[in-house]
Design a protein around this ligand. Structure first.
Ligand code: C2E
Ligand code: MG
Ligand code: MG
Length: 730
């Protein structure tokens, strides 16, 4: 057959080559020359027909590939190169297919194919589309050189040292080298550099249920998404497993970094398509910035790691900046875990119930069961704090199932029309025995299933969605109701709402709080969620309503139920029963007329600089735009001061209002959210500028800024009266 083809080739040769042949005159037969070229090892030849099927391989090529190579003739060219290891050939294949389709010429295209012995050969192809006199495409004609030996060696060397095999990103070694080199250079030029550490949430679940090849594919897609967000602002790498890292030179603006981290979290949480199946994962991000949080690579890496740990612990699907408080957080968590285990053994966890009220009639329709833990030493510990700790091990199963059983028993004592809602941790939900536990709780209490509502957060929609779907179907068969909690905070994909699993959506507090402020887009979001829910036949609940104006707004936007302090804080079962004993289950709204800008109430010792004196003051509360302090007497309105929030966070402020010994400060530039409910400054004073003032860099602990030293050096006369500071909280 190859011979027959040679004849075709001659017949269809182009006019141009005809001319050239005539010019050289009495030259030897072309096929002979080609044969000689091949023999000398200079190249091999190939051709396709107009359909893109391989129609010719020169004899050297056939010999090279070994027995059975003739079978390749007639196969689509793209298939000839398809029988290779997808990982090694992936990118090349794709661009080859693209070029063939576009009929563009092939320039030094590297492809791989499998020889008769099953080993991969690497060829470098050159080729051109052949057009006949009418301009019709007749196929490709081209040459090839076997570069296997050289290629395998080069790629191996390159990859082993620098590149992560699976994703093609920088590997751990390269990242470490880059980070060390960058920090050393930046120290000289006093530049900053941010390090983001990423860990995927629930990747293991995808790997376990869908298989490792699916897991690999997922990692590749994650790598692509990361790169498309970071672009050339930094370098993305994979440390191994489901851990990624981003190195961002000349970045110390925590506002910008937070936005970038947020975009990364959002993008990674969008659904993935893997071999026709859908999967959703999330990611947590920890951020540390040199020189503030560390000067050396290992120091900075540890700081970013701690921030990551904290982000994961908060709830996953979020980011966190390093702060020095995080350093001892890990040991605190371990301690809390021990205490919690103890409390569970002793039955110290109790349930409180918060009403969900119809805002039109003020009638209660449902109570949400919320765990309460009072520790002798620590006082009340919030479930937002201990649930994540319980989720670290199987304690959450015990706690969750006990809460479920108790809630069913308590609800049976309420009027028949009142439902009970129980929170379910994602970890509890995906556990194989969960359906049984629900059935058992219903059975033991005698509560009709339609009176039980399970509150699930969006975080269950990660991992293998088919498995999650099956759990939903099982639960629905039991007859219980399902509510989607904290809607809008996590993965926020509307896709899973369409499956019709849910009877109810709970709009997260963050949309409600402050929604009455001018220019806020949250009212529009609330209205959209309500409309969507109505269209899909679901009930809506507005969570966390505190002020009368918020109540009016959510009512007007059509929320079916309201849950919040405006109607009632969580109350005990005794109080619930007393309420019903009095007659109707009515809750009247009462609360402040208007929402007030969110303030975090804190009692923290901070510094205040006025002229050249440093005062100690107590921070009473802090918002984005201002703070209230106590501890100084007689500071007039309009005084310009600098608030020292610690760790190099200086805030230029002005006294906006004042009483005898407390002042309201207005900040020149607003603070930014720190990703975990607090505020921080965008920038910090750089250790470099302190170094210039004579404090050696190496003497600085990460995040420690010895303004105290500055104080000592500046023994100045105070203008204001420093009051004795009482213990926090008094
Ligand atoms: P969640 O399910 O979103 O519960 C609502 C939370 O908002 C409760 O906090 C409630 O006290 C609070 N809240 C309600 N109205 C207002 C308001 O008007 N203003 C403000 N500021 N807060 C309001 P809580 O009790 O601290 O619970 C926190 C979270 O802990 C819950 O959020 C839930 O995710 C989790 N949790 C509580 N109990 C359980 C449980 O038994 N199992 C599981 N897995 N998680 C639980
Ligand atoms: Mg809830
Ligand atoms: Mg909620």
């Amino acid at each position: 057959m190859p011979l027959g083809f040679r004849k075709n080739l001659r017949d269809s040769r182009s006019a141009a080559s005809d001319r050239r042949a005539a010019e050289t005159g009495g030259a030897p037969d072309r096929s002979v020359v080609l044969g000689e070229v091949e023999e000398l090892g200079i190249g091999m030849f190939w051709a396709t027909d107009a359909e893109g099927n391989l129609s010719f391989l020169s004899s050297r090529a056939l010999a090279d590939l070994g027995a059975g190579a003739e079978d390749l003739i007639g196969k689509p060219l793209i298939r000839v190169f398809n029988d290779i290891d997808a990982e090694a050939g992936g990118p090349t294949q794709r661009s080859l297919a693209f070029k063939l389709k576009a009929r563009s010429k092939l320039d030094e295209q590297i492809v791989a194919l499998t020889d008769a012995r099953g080993s991969t050969r690497w060829w470098r192809l050159n080729g051109r589309p052949l057009l006949d006199a009418e301009g019709n495409f007749r196929g490709y004609r081209g040459s090839a050189v076997d570069i296997s030996a050289q290629y395998a060696y080069e790629t191996q060397v390159a990859r082993q040292s620098q590149v992560d095999e699976l994703t093609g990103l920088a590997n751990r070694r390269k990242l470490n080298e880059r980070l060390s080199a960058m920090l050393a250079a930046f120290r000289v030029s006093q530049r900053s550099c941010a390090l983001m550490m990423l860990d995927l949430d629930r990747f293991k679940q995808v790997n376990d249920t869908m298989g490792h090849p699916a897991g690999d594919e997922l990692l590749k897609q994650v790598a692509t998404r990361l790169q498309s967000i970071v672009k050339d602002a930094g370098e993305v790498g994979r440390l191994g497993g489901d851990e990624f890292q981003v190195l961002l030179p000349d970045m110390d603006d925590r506002g910008t970094l937070g936005e970038l981290a947020n975009r990364i979290v959002q993008s990674i949480s969008q659904p993935y398509q893997i071999n026709g199946r859908r999967a959703i994962i999330g990611t947590s991000v920890g951020i540390a910035i040199a020189p503030y949080d560390g000067l050396e690579a290992d120091e900075l890496t540890r700081a970013a790691d701690m921030a990551l740990y904290s982000a994961k612990e908060t709830r996953g699907g979020t980011f966190c900046f390093f702060t020095s408080e995080l350093r001892d957080a890990a040991s605190k968590t371990a301690l809390l875990g021990e205490r919690l285990r103890d409390a569970v053994d002793k039955g110290e966890l109790k349930l409180a119930y918060q009403p969900l009220v119809d805002p039109v009639t003020n009638e209660v329709k449902c109570f949400e069961a919320l765990l309460r833990w009072h520790d002798e030493e620590e006082g009340d510990i919030s479930p937002a704090q201990f649930i994540p700790v319980a989720e670290n091990d199987d304690l959450i199963i015990r706690i969750g199932e006990a809460a479920l059983r108790q809630a069913c028993i308590d609800a049976l004592a309420w009027p028949e029309t009142i439902r009970v809602a129980v929170n379910v941790s994602a970890k509890q939900f995906v556990r194989p025995g969960y359906r049984k536990a629900v059935a058992a709780a219903l059975q033991a209490s005698g509560l009709p299933p339609q009176r039980l509502e399970l509150e699930i957060t969006e975080s269950v929609f990660v991992g293998d969605l088919e498995t999650v779907d099956a759990i939903f179907r099982d639960l629905k068969k039991l007859g219980v109701r399902l509510a989607l909690d904290d809607f809008g905070t996590g993965y926020s994909s509307l896709g899973y709402l369409k499956h019709g699993h849910f009877n109810k959506i709970k709009i997260d507090q963050s949309f409600v709080r402050g929604c009455t402020e001018n220019g806020d887009i949250n009212p529009a979001i609330i209205a959209a969620i309500v409309a969507l829910a109505k269209a899909l036949g679901m009930e809506t609940v507005a969570e966390g309503v505190e002020a009368m104006d918020e109540l009016a707004l959510v009512k007007e936007r059509g929320a079916d139920l309201v849950q919040g302090y405006i109607f009632s804080k969580p109350i005990t079962q005794e109080q619930v029963l007393a309420q019903f004993a009095e007659g109707a289950g009515l809750f009247r709204p009462s609360g402040p007329p208007r929402h007030r800008a969110e303030r975090i109430t804190i009692f923290r010792k901070v510094g205040l600089i006025h002229e050249d004196h440093y005062y100690d003051v107590i921070l009473r509360n802090l918002s984005k735009t201002g703070a209230r302090i106590t501890g100084l007497a007689g500071v007039p309105v309009g005084t310009d001061v600098v608030l020292d929030l610690g760790h190099g966070q200086l805030v230029v402020s002005r006294v906006a209002n004042a009483t005898e010994n407390s002042q309201g400060l207005k900040f020149e530039t607003p603070l930014i959210a720190d990703g975990s409910g607090g505020f921080m400054t965008r920038h910090r004073i750089s250790p470099y500028s302190l170094a210039e003032a004579g404090i050696p860099l190496a003497a600085l602990g990460p995040g420690a800024f010895p303004l105290a030293k500055w104080r000592e050096a500046n023994k100045s006369v105070p203008k204001f009266v420093q009051l004795e500071l009482s213990a926090p909280g008094s």
